[in-house]
Design a protein around this ligand. Sequence first.
Ligand SMILES: Nc1ncnc2c1ncn2[C@@H]1O[C@H](COP(=O)(O)OP(=O)(O)OP(=O)(O)O)[C@@H](O)[C@H]1O
Ligand SMILES: [Mg+2]
Length: 500
Amino acid sequence: MGSTSLNADDSEIRDSSNVSIPTSPLERVIGQPEAVKLAVVAAKQRRNLLLVGPPGIGKSMVAQALSFYIQRPQQEIRVVHNPQLPERPFFEIKTSEEILAEREESFSTEGYLSDPKQVPPSVAERLGYRCPKCGLYSAYTEAVCPHCSSQKSQQGPSQGPFGDVFNVIGAAFGVQNNQERVTSTRKVGDRSEIVVYERAGDLVRLLDERTLERRRKVEKKNPSKVIVPLERNPFVLATGASETELLGDVRHDPYGSHPQLGTLPYERVIAGSIHESHEGVLFIDEITHLGPLQRYILTAMQEKAFPISGRNPQSAGASVRVDRVPCDFILVAACNIQDLQSILSPLRSRILGNGYEVLMETSMQDTQPGRFKYMQFIAQEIAVDGRIPPMSVEAMVMVIEEGKRRARIVDKKENALTLRLREMGGLVRVSGDIAFIEGSKIIEPAHVTEALKLYLPVEEKIKKSYGNLQSAVSSESTLSQKPEEYFYTFTNNSEDPAYQ
Ligand SMILES: Nc1ncnc2c1ncn2[C@@H]1O[C@H](COP(=O)(O)OP(=O)(O)OP(=O)(O)O)[C@@H](O)[C@H]1O
Ligand SMILES: [Mg+2]
């Protein structure tokens, strides 16, 4: 062990369970001070962020943590039916206050609930709660009175040509013949007013004239559909998204909006990730994989709005469009260094014009604080995994030493610790699994030693058993039908044990 190795006596730390893990997600990111600092600025000032670096060093972690610093969304986006032109629904923005007011309004149209015994007996009979023969009450779902076994349904002038026969047959099949709603009058002071009684489960709902009036007003409003709800995750991952996922779509309707059979166009509108991240963060990992779709992101960022239309020309949704649906997101994009050239240059200039670019660190100095950070990382990995025991200080030092070895080989840095931490997390988990299988309550150095053997990337294992990759390839390719393919896959990763 080098001079910078941890001395267990120096600290309170006995094993990884004594290492404190910060609650703030950004503080859990190890060794990336610049990325963390700029993520906070980007969140608070609503700037874009481009994170550049190799896999597994915390780009997704930074992006996700950033969204914790974002203000909660204040707006809901809806699509509203357009009666004049159903294929051109409108969008509508509702603030949280407006939504609250609406909920109160709809509450005030709900009427009063009452026990069936409290409403006039004739109404209770017509709604199916009271037996006209014995006068006892039961659930309206019971077509036959459980007290006197007679038919509960009304027999009156509305009786059909089959008289009682239908009701008896119906009752046998559990079909009822009573009404869901009864309109009646009642006396209020010396005037009589209309009152509607409605079934509401075990209770009866009473709608007086004022409530009915409010209901009529609400029903007059054009119907709408919430496509981006107020309560939503401000972090939207759009990695590997298809065009429709990214930009939204209008679903196909086999009945082509037929007034009776089909669904109206507004009901079939679906928001894309760009809209779902309105007021939040749109995270696009490996942004260059979007290819030509990058230019839509560019437009969306410029306009802060993007239409939603049916994207499949064969679909009945193709004729539907909602114009200028808001999409005011901050873009957090990630890519590796090789792909930097493939980012659409106007898009990149947009990001830089209103944001920051960060080159992620691949290693950090091997110092005492650095080693404590590494221990924090190990403790985090164990806590997140949840299936493996804590790690002893000695075993943690071994992991740190492996991090140092990798910084030297992979990152070509002396006296440093690698920050390619996804792979280091793998080493922690393999060590933990070995300890767990053995029934050990703690991960010991022996488990890490074992894991290091198992954890070798397959190229290194090949080198161990075949001498080197080339000879492995040639000895195997004589057995193989397609030697070129084998050669190609191996030589691609061959020289470097860096398993990049
Ligand atoms: N800087 C870091 N601090 C703490 N843990 C890290 C860090 N980097 C990576 N990890 C661990 O590795 C995992 C993978 O990291 P993350 O997904 O953020 O990498 P990435 O850079 O987005 O990789 P990719 O380019 O493959 O998407 C994390 O969930 C975490 O467990
Ligand atoms: Mg990632």
